[in-house]
Design a protein around this ligand. Structure first.
Ligand code: SF4
Length: 457
């Protein structure tokens, strides 16, 4: 959510057939930074060998001109990471690269496997040695064990054993393989730049390069690229597809296309439906920036209320320390946001946010708006209550931590100290998602399309 961040997951980017593959990958990752800020990495291939550079921090911290100069090659894959499985440690930074019998193989993964624990336990019992604590490494182990001749056949064999969410990019010395799981949990799209093929989690990564969006990579589709060729094959289909609907609510950038839809359009529809379901007697509509801006605009359009910018977000927040004696109360929120008193004072506000997770930050934000003179606060949430964790690559807290799991909507309203509270209904969310159907909505509905497989007792 805008005011209380759910851990993003990850982003992947790939390019085949470009003289400056590493540099283009750096730019692509730069525009996907919102999906993961803990670490970044790039692997390049020049037909004969692969080269790698990875580090903790933002893309710009990890890559400079000297580093990119040391990554020659016409193909590359890159990754930005927010840890969903595996602690934040150097070894877990992606892409992960390993030696296999005929060279090297690197992988970048967005998603989360639901059977990685039993798979890992089985392989460890058989003698496998793991270098990381990520679920992604299990895929590499499975591919390395395959006796198949072609890389793509080894990957197909490996993927036959894994369950859950994966948008994956593999890179060997002379091939790049892009594959999306048969349910299509996480987005992955195909682009083009001066004859080079591009692959990215979101299409905003193509725009920064001056590239062109071609299409979404379909659930269960695998594309094998060499410098000059592109062939497609299919994994065995799932009973149905389940792209993550939360991408529309919060994760993806509004200037991206995912699942073939423009995020901006869907997000506006969320706001419009929210206005229809939960109208409010108010003077102005404001958003909790940035991820709620578009939904708030939709709400304002549909309700005929004026949209005002009155919460300002500081985009340069790092780890802010607190001086001894300084009050910690609401400090974290004050570091991130400030209210424009002149806009708010004496007004009845509709405040649009995209979701409420624990509720603690929303409460502080409401207090800040009251202190700035808000007369009434009508909080509107452009998604249903988040009541369940995600097993498919998004770091949503446990059941116990989620406020919607412990309290009714009225109890949440009281806790947040707002005059009214309205969540978009699940039907409203699904209707706004439009053509993309069926989707995964498990964190709202509790209907998990793929169960989490635990270790046997
Ligand atoms: Fe997306 Fe929620 Fe499904 Fe996770 S559980 S994939 S966040 S809709």
């Amino acid at each position: 959510m805008a005011s209380e961040r759910i851990g993003h997951h990850c982003a992947v980017f790939g390019i085949v057939g470009h003289e400056a593959a590493a540099y283009q990958t750096y730019l692509g990752l730069y525009s996907l930074q919102h999906r993961g800020q803990e670490s970044a990495g790039i692997v390049t291939a020049d037909g004969e060998r692969t080269r790698i550079h990875r580090g903790m921090g933002l893309v710009d911290d990890v890559f400079g001109p000297e580093v990119l100069d040391r990554l020659p090659g016409r193909s590359a894959i890159g990754h930005t990471r927010y840890s969903t499985t595996g602690a934040s440690m150097q070894a877990n930074i992606q892409p992960i690269r390993v030696n296999v019998r005929d060279g090297t193989l690197a992988v970048a993964h967005n998603g989360n496997l639901t059977n990685s624990r039993p798979l890992r336990a089985r392989m460890a019992a058989e003698g496998a040695i793991f270098q990381t604590t990520t679920d992604t490494e299990t895929i590499l182990h499975l591919a390395a064990r395959s006796q198949a001749e072609l890389l793509e056949d080894r990957i197909v064999e490996a993927l036959a054993e894994v369950r859950g969410a994966y948008s994956l990019l593999f890179l060997s010395e002379d091939k790049l393989v892009a594959v999306r799981d048969p349910r299509g949990f996480r987005p992955l799209c195909l682009g083009e730049l001066d004859g080079a093929h591009l692959i990215a989690s979101e299409s905003c990564a193509f725009d920064i390069l001056g590239g062109r969006y071609v299409r979404e990579i379909e659930p269960g589709e695998m594309i094998v690229f060499t410098d000059g060729t592109m062939t497609t094959r299919r994994l065995p289909p799932a009973p149905q597809t389940n792209p993550c609907v939360f991408e529309f609510v919060y994760f993806s950038r509004p200037d991206s296309r995912i699942y073939g839809e423009k995020v901006d359009k869907v997000r506006r529809r969320l706001g419009k439906r929210l206005a229809a379901e939960h109208p409010a007697e108010a003077d102005i509509v404001i958003s909790v920036p940035d991820s709620s801006n578009t939904a708030a605009l939709g709400f304002a359009q549909a309700s005929g209320l004026r949209f005002e910018i009155s919460l300002i977000r500081n985009h340069y927040v790092g780890r802010t320390f607190i001086q001894p004696g300084q009050s910690r109360r609401d400090f974290d929120v004050r570091v991130k946001f400030n209210a424009v008193e002149g806009v708010i004072k004496g007004k009845r506000l509709v405040v649009v946010d995209d979701s409420i997770v624990r509720g603690t930050t929303s409460r502080k934000l409401v207090r800040m708006l009251r202190e700035a003179g808000a007369r009434e606060i009508h909080l509107r949430i452009s998604s249903p209550p988040v009541a369940n964790p995600c097993y498919y690559g998004v770091d949503i807290p446990t059941h116990a931590e989620l406020i919607a799991n412990r309290m009714s909507v009225e109890e949440i309203r009281e806790y947040l100290e707002v005059d009214s509270l309205g969540y978009l209904s699940l039907e409203g969310l699904l209707a706004a998602a439009g053509e993309v159907s069926p989707v995964c909505d498990a964190c709202f509905s509790g209907n998990y399309p793929v169960p989490l497989e635990k270790l046997e007792d």
